[in-house]
Design a protein around this ligand. Sequence first.
Ligand code: BGP
Length: 479
Amino acid sequence: MAVFRDDFLWGGATAANQYEGGWNEDGKGESIDDHFTVGSHTTPKRFTQKIEPGTLYPSHEASDFYHRYKEDIALFAEMGFKTFRLSINWTRIFPTGMEEEPNEAGLDFYDKVFDELLKYDIEPLVTISHYEMPFAFVEKYNGWEGRELIDYFFRYAVTLFERYEGKVKYWLTFNEINAGTMPFGAALETSTLRGYEGPITEIPDKKQERFQALHHQLVASALVVKYAHEHFPEYKLGNMICYLLSYPLTCNPVDVLENQKNMEILNYYCGDVQVRGEYPYFARRYWEENDLHIEMRHGDLELLKEGTVDFYTFSYYMTNCTSTDPNQQQTAGNVIGGAKNPYLEASDWGWQIDPTGLRIALNELYARYGIPLMVVENGLGAYDKVEKDGSINDDYRIDYLRKHIAAMREAVKDGVDLMGYTPWGCIDLVSASTGEMAKRYGFIFVDKYDDGTGDLSRRRKKSFGWYKKVISSNGEDLD
Ligand code: BGP
């Protein structure tokens, strides 16, 4: 008997700022991501207040989806995608975020993209805001710290809802909204970057600012979810959480407790608001102990209740451990690192590979929320090598994905309601954390390198044919 639902949404995921390019074309404004320079595993990318001539900014051209969307979508269709996750570049629609009227050329671009997807029966899954916002907001409002952004975001989202009615059904409000609970989130999630110039790793951490900004995002998310439910009953609205599963490094109760506390803030603080409609019970103590004073307006808490999502989506790449022993060996991770797990191998970037953790995560989440789940990011960032004959034999990627899909199957057999799976960077694109192209995730290779060279041509990797088989067998054939 088939394990995955018949209508399981197999596909792939991308984000505009990391994939599209065309950064200043057809009226597009500057996004915060257009101000991040290229980086690498060892050299952090930098944020600059002005675009410096002669400096490489990877989002400016990225993988050039802006000009190659037809070719890319044809390749996705060849793999049998049922869905494609993409984000809208806010600055293509409202160049500074503050215009009264949207930019028609920007709206038109996504019309063409959606039409192309629908031509192949590929369902768009749209992230309204994925790690970018108009740069103009940084100076004026210090990003999401400004409450004014709620209204600007609302106008932007409603513009999309109205324009793409009949073309898009699945919407996610903010990518990895819980990144705002971590220092890294100041760069890409809350964009609280006023006056800052320097490496992404040295942004002074201002927790009060981050958590205030996050409150504004949670309110903005609820506002647009509520609006969509009232005006577009056919729409399905989801949240998106960077799910950071961690284990206590030992069975010492102090490690177990510390781990539980970490998990609460990192994973459940935002998810609980978006699914259950209120800040969780543990938030108050956290605010008090961290001297956080979240300014809320009359009506905010009601709104959070009224704007809960229909499905829960998350990214899953790796897991970490929590230890109260400061001398424990540390390792890197997505958005945040942790103590090293002696039972796991890690990627070249130090992210610990843990397929079993995905089954654990799916069960945890389904037990907590009981609404349909979707894994909207997962994958292995790796150095790929093009062989002399042009082939790219990414068996390591196949191995990673195979084990994660097998873990999803087990979770579905456990009883979890799983809607779909969109591996990250289904076509090579710029890394969010490092700004490099060298960290590749795709089934499709893009000829583009970190010195800006490359002819941008596309090439199928070995994993392309493998994933095609996985989709056509609805996840039965993983060999
Ligand atoms: C997630 C982001 C993505 C993506 C991915 C991989 O946190 O939502 O935008 O980039 O991580 O991370 P990286 O690009 O740093 O390897």
